[in-house]
Design a protein around this ligand. Structure first.
Ligand code: KIV
Length: 262
Protein backbone atom coordinates (compact mmCIF):
# COMPACT_ATOMS: atom_id res chain seq x y z
CA UNK A 1 0.00 0.00 0.00
CA UNK A 2 1.39 3.46 -0.83
CA UNK A 3 1.45 6.08 1.88
CA UNK A 4 -1.85 7.50 3.16
CA UNK A 5 -2.70 10.95 1.86
CA UNK A 6 -3.12 13.54 4.59
CA UNK A 7 -4.48 17.09 4.58
CA UNK A 8 -0.91 18.54 4.69
CA UNK A 9 -0.07 16.36 1.64
CA UNK A 10 -3.04 17.85 -0.25
CA UNK A 11 -1.66 21.32 0.59
CA UNK A 12 1.81 20.23 -0.56
CA UNK A 13 0.48 19.03 -3.95
CA UNK A 14 -0.35 22.64 -4.83
CA UNK A 15 3.14 23.77 -3.84
CA UNK A 16 4.52 20.96 -6.09
CA UNK A 17 2.24 22.13 -8.94
CA UNK A 18 0.62 18.69 -9.05
CA UNK A 19 -3.12 18.64 -9.84
CA UNK A 20 -5.28 17.19 -7.08
CA UNK A 21 -7.82 14.54 -8.12
CA UNK A 22 -10.99 14.37 -6.03
CA UNK A 23 -14.35 12.64 -6.40
CA UNK A 24 -17.36 11.86 -4.26
CA UNK A 25 -18.23 8.39 -2.97
CA UNK A 26 -20.92 7.27 -0.56
CA UNK A 27 -20.10 3.68 0.37
CA UNK A 28 -17.21 1.23 0.72
CA UNK A 29 -17.49 -0.21 -2.81
CA UNK A 30 -17.43 3.18 -4.55
CA UNK A 31 -14.68 4.52 -2.30
CA UNK A 32 -12.52 1.41 -2.83
CA UNK A 33 -12.79 1.81 -6.62
CA UNK A 34 -11.74 5.48 -6.45
CA UNK A 35 -8.92 4.57 -4.05
CA UNK A 36 -7.66 1.80 -6.33
CA UNK A 37 -7.79 4.22 -9.29
CA UNK A 38 -5.43 6.56 -7.42
CA UNK A 39 -7.83 9.41 -6.59
CA UNK A 40 -6.21 11.67 -3.94
CA UNK A 41 -9.25 12.85 -1.98
CA UNK A 42 -12.62 11.14 -1.55
CA UNK A 43 -15.41 13.45 -0.48
CA UNK A 44 -18.37 11.80 1.21
CA UNK A 45 -20.58 14.61 -0.05
CA UNK A 46 -23.97 15.63 1.25
CA UNK A 47 -24.92 15.12 -2.40
CA UNK A 48 -25.65 11.61 -1.09
CA UNK A 49 -29.14 13.03 -0.44
CA UNK A 50 -29.98 13.48 -4.11
CA UNK A 51 -27.49 11.06 -5.75
CA UNK A 52 -28.27 8.02 -3.59
CA UNK A 53 -31.28 8.62 -1.37
CA UNK A 54 -33.82 10.07 -3.80
CA UNK A 55 -34.16 13.34 -1.87
CA UNK A 56 -34.75 16.66 -3.64
CA UNK A 57 -31.45 18.33 -2.74
CA UNK A 58 -28.66 18.48 -0.14
CA UNK A 59 -30.75 20.48 2.33
CA UNK A 60 -32.33 17.12 3.23
CA UNK A 61 -29.06 15.42 4.22
CA UNK A 62 -28.77 14.92 8.00
CA UNK A 63 -25.75 14.39 10.26
CA UNK A 64 -26.93 10.82 10.92
CA UNK A 65 -26.90 10.09 7.16
CA UNK A 66 -23.45 11.64 6.78
CA UNK A 67 -22.05 9.62 9.70
CA UNK A 68 -23.46 6.40 8.20
CA UNK A 69 -22.09 7.04 4.70
CA UNK A 70 -18.75 8.42 5.91
CA UNK A 71 -18.17 5.28 7.99
CA UNK A 72 -19.06 3.07 5.01
CA UNK A 73 -16.80 4.95 2.56
CA UNK A 74 -13.89 5.09 5.02
CA UNK A 75 -14.00 1.29 5.35
CA UNK A 76 -13.22 1.00 1.62
CA UNK A 77 -10.19 3.31 1.59
CA UNK A 78 -6.51 2.55 2.23
CA UNK A 79 -4.75 5.58 0.70
CA UNK A 80 -6.94 8.55 -0.23
CA UNK A 81 -7.90 11.34 2.16
CA UNK A 82 -11.53 10.79 3.23
CA UNK A 83 -13.38 14.07 3.79
CA UNK A 84 -16.79 14.06 5.49
CA UNK A 85 -19.23 16.79 4.47
CA UNK A 86 -20.94 18.72 7.27
CA UNK A 87 -24.62 18.80 6.28
CA UNK A 88 -27.14 21.63 6.44
CA UNK A 89 -28.12 22.44 10.02
CA UNK A 90 -25.11 20.73 11.60
CA UNK A 91 -22.74 23.73 11.92
CA UNK A 92 -24.56 27.00 11.25
CA UNK A 93 -26.01 27.57 14.76
CA UNK A 94 -22.78 27.92 16.68
CA UNK A 95 -19.08 27.13 16.76
CA UNK A 96 -19.63 24.45 19.40
CA UNK A 97 -22.38 22.79 17.32
CA UNK A 98 -19.91 22.75 14.42
CA UNK A 99 -17.09 21.14 16.45
CA UNK A 100 -19.50 18.53 17.89
CA UNK A 101 -20.82 17.62 14.42
CA UNK A 102 -17.36 17.46 12.85
CA UNK A 103 -16.14 15.25 15.72
CA UNK A 104 -18.88 12.74 14.86
CA UNK A 105 -17.70 12.61 11.23
CA UNK A 106 -14.07 12.16 12.35
CA UNK A 107 -15.06 9.35 14.73
CA UNK A 108 -16.93 7.72 11.84
CA UNK A 109 -13.67 7.54 9.87
CA UNK A 110 -13.24 10.90 8.11
CA UNK A 111 -9.74 12.40 8.26
CA UNK A 112 -10.97 15.90 7.43
CA UNK A 113 -14.30 17.70 7.02
CA UNK A 114 -15.81 20.22 4.62
CA UNK A 115 -18.29 23.00 5.29
CA UNK A 116 -20.00 25.47 3.00
CA UNK A 117 -19.91 29.24 3.16
CA UNK A 118 -18.25 32.13 4.87
CA UNK A 119 -17.62 30.67 8.37
CA UNK A 120 -13.99 31.47 9.27
CA UNK A 121 -14.78 31.19 13.01
CA UNK A 122 -15.94 27.57 12.50
CA UNK A 123 -12.87 26.75 10.39
CA UNK A 124 -10.56 28.25 13.05
CA UNK A 125 -12.26 26.28 15.84
CA UNK A 126 -12.11 23.02 13.89
CA UNK A 127 -8.45 23.56 13.03
CA UNK A 128 -7.74 24.34 16.70
CA UNK A 129 -9.53 21.10 17.62
CA UNK A 130 -7.24 19.13 15.28
CA UNK A 131 -9.79 18.67 12.50
CA UNK A 132 -8.45 19.54 9.03
CA UNK A 133 -11.12 21.57 7.25
CA UNK A 134 -11.98 22.36 3.65
CA UNK A 135 -14.03 25.40 2.72
CA UNK A 136 -16.63 25.49 -0.05
CA UNK A 137 -17.49 28.77 -1.82
CA UNK A 138 -19.32 29.95 -4.94
CA UNK A 139 -22.51 27.99 -5.55
CA UNK A 140 -22.97 26.35 -2.17
CA UNK A 141 -25.80 23.85 -2.70
CA UNK A 142 -27.09 24.03 0.90
CA UNK A 143 -28.06 27.65 0.07
CA UNK A 144 -29.95 26.69 -3.10
CA UNK A 145 -33.12 28.25 -1.68
CA UNK A 146 -31.34 31.58 -1.17
CA UNK A 147 -29.78 31.51 -4.66
CA UNK A 148 -33.06 30.46 -6.32
CA UNK A 149 -31.41 27.53 -8.12
CA UNK A 150 -28.01 26.03 -8.91
CA UNK A 151 -26.68 29.18 -10.62
CA UNK A 152 -23.17 30.34 -11.52
CA UNK A 153 -21.92 32.75 -8.80
CA UNK A 154 -19.40 35.65 -8.72
CA UNK A 155 -20.26 36.71 -12.25
CA UNK A 156 -19.60 40.44 -11.71
CA UNK A 157 -16.68 42.36 -10.19
CA UNK A 158 -18.36 42.75 -6.77
CA UNK A 159 -19.19 39.06 -6.61
CA UNK A 160 -15.64 38.11 -7.58
CA UNK A 161 -14.16 40.49 -4.97
CA UNK A 162 -16.39 39.13 -2.23
CA UNK A 163 -15.55 35.52 -3.20
CA UNK A 164 -11.83 36.33 -3.00
CA UNK A 165 -12.27 38.05 0.39
CA UNK A 166 -14.11 35.00 1.78
CA UNK A 167 -11.47 32.63 0.40
CA UNK A 168 -8.68 34.65 2.03
CA UNK A 169 -10.55 34.63 5.35
CA UNK A 170 -10.99 30.85 5.23
CA UNK A 171 -7.30 30.42 4.41
CA UNK A 172 -6.36 32.73 7.29
CA UNK A 173 -8.62 30.68 9.60
CA UNK A 174 -6.69 27.51 8.74
CA UNK A 175 -8.59 25.81 5.88
CA UNK A 176 -6.30 23.37 4.04
CA UNK A 177 -8.19 23.70 0.73
CA UNK A 178 -11.31 25.34 -0.71
CA UNK A 179 -13.88 23.93 -3.15
CA UNK A 180 -14.98 26.50 -5.74
CA UNK A 181 -18.31 25.49 -7.30
CA UNK A 182 -19.93 27.08 -10.37
CA UNK A 183 -17.82 30.20 -10.73
CA UNK A 184 -16.35 31.67 -13.93
CA UNK A 185 -12.97 30.16 -14.75
CA UNK A 186 -11.17 33.54 -14.69
CA UNK A 187 -12.51 34.22 -11.18
CA UNK A 188 -11.34 30.76 -10.08
CA UNK A 189 -7.96 31.50 -11.64
CA UNK A 190 -7.47 34.75 -9.67
CA UNK A 191 -8.59 33.11 -6.40
CA UNK A 192 -6.23 30.17 -7.03
CA UNK A 193 -3.33 32.54 -7.71
CA UNK A 194 -4.08 34.65 -4.62
CA UNK A 195 -4.21 31.68 -2.21
CA UNK A 196 -1.39 29.48 -0.97
CA UNK A 197 -3.87 26.68 -0.17
CA UNK A 198 -5.31 24.63 -3.07
CA UNK A 199 -8.59 25.34 -4.79
CA UNK A 200 -10.65 22.35 -5.90
CA UNK A 201 -13.00 23.20 -8.74
CA UNK A 202 -16.34 21.85 -9.86
CA UNK A 203 -17.76 23.95 -12.67
CA UNK A 204 -14.89 26.39 -12.06
CA UNK A 205 -12.75 25.81 -15.15
CA UNK A 206 -9.24 24.47 -15.70
CA UNK A 207 -7.15 26.79 -13.52
CA UNK A 208 -7.96 25.40 -10.05
CA UNK A 209 -5.37 23.34 -8.16
CA UNK A 210 -7.57 20.26 -8.54
CA UNK A 211 -10.99 19.01 -9.58
CA UNK A 212 -13.85 17.25 -7.78
CA UNK A 213 -16.63 15.41 -9.58
CA UNK A 214 -19.71 13.59 -8.36
CA UNK A 215 -19.59 9.76 -8.62
CA UNK A 216 -22.75 9.37 -10.71
CA UNK A 217 -21.76 12.18 -13.11
CA UNK A 218 -18.29 10.68 -13.65
CA UNK A 219 -19.75 7.32 -14.57
CA UNK A 220 -22.81 8.48 -16.51
CA UNK A 221 -25.21 6.81 -14.07
CA UNK A 222 -27.83 9.55 -13.81
CA UNK A 223 -30.59 10.67 -16.14
CA UNK A 224 -29.26 14.25 -16.44
CA UNK A 225 -26.08 15.67 -17.92
CA UNK A 226 -24.34 18.85 -16.77
CA UNK A 227 -22.05 21.30 -18.59
CA UNK A 228 -19.51 21.09 -15.75
CA UNK A 229 -19.31 17.28 -15.89
CA UNK A 230 -17.92 14.67 -18.29
CA UNK A 231 -19.17 11.08 -18.16
CA UNK A 232 -16.18 8.73 -18.52
CA UNK A 233 -18.54 5.76 -18.94
CA UNK A 234 -22.05 5.30 -20.34
CA UNK A 235 -22.79 3.65 -17.00
CA UNK A 236 -26.56 3.85 -17.07
CA UNK A 237 -26.82 2.28 -20.54
CA UNK A 238 -24.29 -0.45 -19.74
CA UNK A 239 -25.93 -1.37 -16.44
CA UNK A 240 -29.42 -1.36 -17.93
CA UNK A 241 -28.20 -3.60 -20.77
CA UNK A 242 -26.73 -6.08 -18.30
CA UNK A 243 -29.82 -6.08 -16.06
CA UNK A 244 -32.16 -6.58 -19.04
CA UNK A 245 -30.05 -9.49 -20.20
CA UNK A 246 -30.19 -11.04 -16.71
CA UNK A 247 -33.99 -10.66 -16.62
CA UNK A 248 -34.34 -12.17 -20.10
CA UNK A 249 -32.07 -15.14 -19.27
CA UNK A 250 -33.98 -15.95 -16.07
CA UNK A 251 -37.31 -15.76 -17.94
CA UNK A 252 -35.98 -17.92 -20.79
CA UNK A 253 -34.56 -20.53 -18.38
CA UNK A 254 -30.96 -19.86 -19.55
CA UNK A 255 -29.72 -18.77 -16.12
CA UNK A 256 -28.99 -20.47 -13.81
CA UNK A 257 -27.66 -23.33 -15.93
CA UNK A 258 -26.01 -26.61 -14.87
CA UNK A 259 -22.71 -24.62 -14.70
CA UNK A 260 -24.13 -22.46 -11.94
CA UNK A 261 -25.58 -25.42 -10.04
CA UNK A 262 -24.27 -27.76 -7.32
O1 KIV B 1 -21.70 17.14 -1.78
C1 KIV B 1 -20.99 17.22 -2.79
O2 KIV B 1 -21.01 16.35 -3.69
C2 KIV B 1 -20.12 18.38 -2.91
C3 KIV B 1 -19.32 18.51 -4.16
C4 KIV B 1 -20.19 18.92 -5.28
C5 KIV B 1 -18.18 19.45 -3.99
O3 KIV B 1 -20.07 19.19 -2.03
Amino acid sequence: MSERITAPRIFQLKQDRTKIVCATAYDALEASLLDEAGVDLILVGDSVASVKLGLANTVFATLEMMVHHTAAAARGVERALVVGDLPFGSYQSSVSQCVDSASKLMQAGARAVKLEGDFPDRVAALTHAGIPTMGHLGMTPQSVNKFGGHRVQAKDADGAASLLASALELQQAGAFAIVLELVPSEVARSVTEALSIPTIGIGAGPYCSGEVQVWSDLLGLGTRTYKHAKPYLSGRELILGALRQYAAEVREGKFPSEDNSF
